[in-house]
Design a protein around this ligand. Structure first.
Ligand code: GAL
Length: 303
């Protein structure tokens, strides 16, 4: 359930592939950057890889400093899902068994991806037979000038968010939701991604670029334009947050067709609940209860 390629027309009507990916499954297996991946059971971080639910303690794999990241050692991105084509969509399904990566409950997950006119749409649904935690996202890396066309510093970005989650040195939220005003995190008016990317704002400095969750305050929640292609991406979701990640750890020179896809050569808009929500009961809950159905969507519309 990985987005390998998204081809859209540029201002001259030439086809442009706007996401990073690999040519072969072997490269996906060898890689650790989650290019285009469906992330679960819990995307982003869980502090110290531990949580308590219904009086029971659960321990998860630690794979990001002292914390758990993107579902653990073998997250949802590491499985070949069942798939079925339905018109312009593909429906991917898998059952994540009780205890997989330490998470409770047999979880039935479905991810439906495809095109509704010029919107690439992702619809998630999930059900569990025991209370569990869930935070699904898609980790597509966008370069609207075309995958492999250099860094995204001159892309213009707007994010409809008044606040962001302040993080510690391991990118784990402290619990504070700070105003973006007068910080490098302020994308309420369009600005280039590169404008404040070297700013002293701790969240940007510590991460060598953007790697933070924004609290979505209006819809659609983001708009980005490739300076060379004229392609605009308008993003929307029903999730409360979005992680803006500017490929600060990419060193991969093995993109599709041998294209160079290194540091800051793309940006991700990972729609999700706030990281480590299980330790912040005041935030929207990531608990999925037995008998409930989780449903969510994200859309990326190209103009
Ligand atoms: C992001 C995460 C980054 C990094 C990246 C994958 O979602 O916030 O810190 O781990 O995934 O390389």
């Amino acid at each position: 359930a990985t987005v390998q390629s998204l081809i859209v027309p540029d201002k001259n009507k030439n086809p442009v592939d706007v996401v990073l990916g690999h040519d072969t499954i072997e490269e996906y297996v060898a890689g650790d950057c989650y290019l285009g991946a469906t992330i679960g059971r819990v995307g982003n971080r869980i502090g110290e890889g531990k949580f308590e639910l219904n009086g029971e303690e659960y321990e998860l794999f630690i794979n990001n400093g002292p914390n758990h990241l993107h579902g653990g050692k073998k997250g949802f991105d590491r499985f070949v899902w069942d798939s079925k084509q339905e018109g312009d969509f593909v429906v991917f399904k898998r059952t994540s068994p009780d205890g997989e990566e330490g998470y409770p409950g047999n979880l039935e997950v479905s991810v439906k991806m495809g095109w509704k006119e010029n919107s690439f749409t992702i619809e998630y649904s999930a059900e569990t037979d025991k209370d569990t935690v869930l935070n699904l996202t898609n980790h597509s890396y966008f370069n609207l000038n075309g995958a492999g066309s250099g860094n995204i510093h001159n892309h213009v970005l707007e994010i409809n968010a008044e606040r962001f989650t302040v993080c510690d040195e391991n990118c784990l939220p402290t619990g504070e939701l700070a105003p973006v005003e007068n910080t490098a995190m302020d994308f309420r008016k369009p600005k280039t991604i590169g404008k404040d990317i070297e700013n002293d704002e701790p969240c940007v400095k510590l991460s060598r670029g953007y790697d933070s969750t924004f609290v979505i305050s209006g819809h659609p929640f983001a708009k980005a334009t490739g300076d060379l292609s004229g392609i605009t991406l308008v993003a929307d979701t029903d999730q409360p947050g979005v992680q803006l990640y500017t490929a600060n750890f990419l060193t991969d020179s093995n993109g599709k067709g041998g294209l160079d896809c290194g540091l800051r050569s793309a940006f991700c808009l990972e729609t999700q609940h706030f990281p480590d929500s299980i330790h912040h009961p005041e935030w929207p809950s990531v608990i999925l209860k037995k008998g409930e159905k989780f449903e969510s969507f994200t859309s990326y519309t190209f103009i």
